[in-house]
Ligand binder design. Sequence first.
Ligand code: SAM
Length: 136
Amino acid sequence: MLGFSAGVMLAIVFLIYINEFWTSGQRQASPLHEISYRACFKPQLPGFFIQLMTKAGDIVYDPFMGRGTTPVEAALLDRRVIGNDINPLSRILTEPRLNLPDFRQVQERLFSIPVDCAARAEIDLSMFYHPQQRRR
Ligand SMILES: C[S@@+](CC[C@H](N)C(=O)[O-])C[C@H]1O[C@@H](n2cnc3c(N)ncnc32)[C@H](O)[C@@H]1O
């Protein structure tokens, strides 16, 4: 026996956003983002969607935060943030940029690091240092 079924046509509307996120035409972002990490994206990308889809005080969650681009950008935009990553380095890179130490705390931390002035690197790194630094 042959049967017929009525087909229902669904109209699906896609929103398309066009912007520059990866080119030299993009705006300069906060220097807080200047940390190198594998496959990180430009802060303008999460920034665009955070501003589009949330308001100040909302929570932004990134389950794969990497260097923390999304949480840091969200915090800069006055959102509350939750981040996660399987790589423990991710928290080390992100947390201090969400709770910036003041000058005194940075100074205390630097002076707490033991320095062995007699120690020498196994390779010549002098080209990376200012001549006055090299003499110390
Ligand atoms: C491409 S990176 C994300 C980069 C991030 N968008 C940024 O701008 O820094 C992907 C991240 O996902 C993390 N990851 C991979 N598998 C995961 C898992 N199962 N659970 C949590 N994090 C995971 C990796 O450690 C890595 O940091």
